[in-house]
Design a protein around this ligand. Structure first.
Ligand SMILES: Nc1ncnc2c1ncn2[C@@H]1O[C@H](COP(=O)(O)OP(=O)(O)OP(=O)(O)O)[C@@H](O)[C@H]1O
Length: 640
């Protein structure tokens, strides 16, 4: 592949060319098979996987397709033999009317074979059409299930994210593979029929048939490989172009797009990037044209040789004219079948490359999945403890948490304070069981999180973060989604709404809890950032209210969009959620929210540097006291 064209916008916006280098094709030290031989080698396995999926989807339809394709092949062979018999009758020595009469039975057989072939083809089409969406559905479900079941660490790993992106084409490719498999099977059987008839007519004709199709096969494979490598290499570029397009139309960027004149700038960047993508398309098209020309020339030369051979066989008296006539028809139909077969195998090869990515993703996702099973978590626990926990993000040298030990007793409120980037959010993810520490342990009493069933740990954790999800569903569902499988009456949801002091918010919505909160849909309403936080708080209440046993509530900067009064009230309500069977952990920069906590821990560069009550920490006059005083001064009246 030549040096890709890199546009000025690409450099300016993204810092350089957005191309997967060859390093990507070595993902997880499993080199991608990009040679023709390699592709042919892996194809049977991938075809096998697709057929197994089809078997699981609808085995009757799969069997019907197989039977009808074999039937069509038999009908084609019978048709060719009938043609041979017709030729013999027509070119015989009898009177013309007698010859026609003699040819009639074979003609009827030929016509019957054609009708049977056509009916079987319809049957196969209808069954394959049923199978295709089912296979796509199965492959998509496998993809989505695997993607949503991996550890959070995998989702944050850029290499794994790339694999998720690349594998997204796999499900559709699996669907296409069904059609390609059917067509390839059809081509193979038709070819076997034509080849069998040719071999009976004269042994030299069969190798000629193979030689006619070989160059076209090579050409088609080469074009497919080039296209696949190009798609992979330009994936990031495509993603970036789509991102620019999204930004130009997005609601959140709309203000800056207009006021800062980002719109025309991004539009130029979009065009710039589209031009460089087009240059790649041009390169591919030229390569394709040249390859196809070479393949057609070679194939044509062999075709001329075949007809010359036939001519010589007739002249030399090695072949009857009737047989030669059938041979011409068989060569034509055989080379058409072979051409179609090559095309379909090539399609199969191209689709199988994407299916291979899908398979690879499933394997990798399986390796990185959150383990299922493990010990049961005790219903009652006294505290959750972190013991010398160290966590390092995969692409970072410095640990985000370095030997952190702390205890979260049930019934207490623990606050974590610290400057930006000190590790507070990471600590929350470790407490929640979303990240597993590389060193140290998280224990629910004596049970280590690594050893117990993680699903049980998750079911005991409630999470309210500043970037909580604003689900594009109804207001009621936005609250219920705190525990989506647990049914809820409107009255129960209203309890959570009242808890979050969001009755006013819901009251103003045109359909109350039934109002759709997404501008994406017709008739939906939008609410403000602070109103969303109240909905988030209601969701947290719903989740904690339905917790099955002793649980932890993690609250990470929950009030950033609330006005001061609402914020004070929200902190008071969050504190009240601590009960004998619940520990609350609170992360916030707002010292007003921290001061009433039972224990305050101060993090700095991933280490716990102070802990105690508000009064103890003020008396110690350390980092916490400095942070508290700075904020207090901001709110103090001037001159005090
Ligand atoms: N997904 C990630 N991958 C790599 N590094 C990360 C990731 N998330 C956070 N970090 C890094 O880990 C360190 C701790 O980040 P963390 O988000 O836990 O801090 P924080 O105290 O919550 O910060 P803030 O107050 O700004 O929200 C920072 O240096 C941050 O850059």
């Amino acid at each position: 592949m030549g040096e890709p064209v890199v546009s000025a916008s690409e450099r300016e916006l993204f810092g350089g060319p957005l191309r997967y280098d060859t390093g990507w094709t070595q993902y997880d030290s499993a080199p991608l098979e990009l040679s023709m031989l390699g592709a042919v080698r892996v194809m049977p396995r991938l075809v096998g996987a697709t057929l197994r999926r089809a078997w699981r989807a609808d085995r009757n339809a799969l069997v019907a397709v197989g039977v009808s394709e074999i039937g069509q092949g038999v009908a084609a062979a019978v048709g060719l033999l009938a043609v041979n018999a017709v030729m013999h009758a027509l070119l015989g020595a009898a009177a013309p009317a007698d010859r026609l009469y003699e040819a009639l039975p074979a003609l009827c057989v030929g016509a019957g074979a054609a009708v049977v072939g056509a009916v079987l083809a319809c049957w196969s089409t209808s069954r394959a059409g049923r199978l295709e969406p089912m296979v796509e559905r199965l492959a998509t479900t496998e993809y989505l299930a695997a993607a949503s079941a991996v550890e959070l660490e995998a989702i944050e790993d850029p290499e794994f994210r790339r694999l998720i992106d690349v594998a997204q084409f796999g499900a559709q490719a699996a669907r296409q593979m069904i059609g390609a498999c059917v067509a390839a099977l059809n081509g193979t059987i038709s070819l076997a029929a034509a080849g069998g008839v040719l071999a009976v007519l004269h042994p030299a004709l069969l190798p000629m048939l193979v030689l006619i199709a070989a160059p076209r096969g090579w050409g088609a494979m080469r074009v497919a490989q080039e296209r696949y490598v190009s798609v992979l290499a330009w994936m990031e570029h495509l993603r970036a172009s789509r991102l620019i397009a999204q930004l130009l139309t997005s609601r959140s960027a709309a203000q800056e797009v207009r006021i800062h004149a980002v719109g025309p700038y991004l539009l130029t960047a979009y065009e710039d990037m589209a031009h460089s993508a087009e240059s790649e398309q041009k390169r591919l098209a030229t390569g394709k044209a040249v390859t196809e020309l070479v393949a057609a020339a070679l194939s044509g030369a062999v075709m001329v040789g075949t007809y010359a051979l036939l001519g010589w066989l007739i002249v030399a008296g090695h072949m009857e004219l009737a047989v030669a006539g059938t041979a011409v028809i068989a060569v034509r139909s055989g080379s058409a079948s072979l051409g179609a077969l090559v095309m379909h195998v090539n399609r199969l090869n191209e689709e199988s490359l994407y299916v291979q990515d899908h398979e690879k993703f499933l394997t990798e996702a399986g390796r990185r999945a959150i383990p299922r099973g493990g010990g049961a978590l005790a219903e009652r626990v006294a505290a959750v403890r972190l013991e010398k926990v160290t966590y390092r993000y995969p692409d970072r040298e410095e640990p985000a948490l370095d030997g952190v030990s702390l205890t979260l007793p049930m019934g207490s409120v623990t606050a974590v304070a610290g400057e930006n980037g000190s590790g507070k959010s990471t600590l929350m993810k470790v407490v929640a069981g979303l990240l597993l520490p590389q060193d140290g342990a998280v224990r629910w009493d004596g049970q280590e999180v690594r050893e117990v069933d993680r699903a049980q740990v998750f079911s005991r954790v409630s999470l309210l973060t500043q970037d909580f999800e604003r689900w594009p569903v109804t207001a009621g569902m936005n609250i219920r989604i705190g525990r989506p499988r647990s049914p809820a009456e409107e009255g129960e949801l209203l309890e959570s709404v009242a808890y979050a002091e969001a009755l006013g918010v819901v009251g103003r919505l045109p359909l109350g809890l039934g109002t759709l909160l997404s501008r994406m849909f017709h008739g939906a309403s939008e609410i403000s950032g602070g109103e969303w936080q109240k909905i988030g708080l209601a969701r947290t209440h719903r989740r904690t209210a339905t917790a099955p046993a002793d649980s932890v509530l993690i609250v990470d900067e929950p009030t950033s969009a609330l006005d001061p009064e609402a914020e004070i009230a929200a902190f008071a309500r969050i504190r009240r959620l601590a009960g004998p069977h619940r520990a609350v952990v609170l992360v916030t920069h707002r010292m007003s929210g921290v001061r009433h906590a039972d224990t305050i821990h101060v993090l700095s560069a991933g280490r716990l540097v102070e802990h105690g009550t508000h009064e103890e920490l003020l008396a110690a006059d350390g980092r916490y006291a400095a942070m508290f005083r700075t904020q207090a001064e901001q709110y103090a009246p001037p001159g005090t």
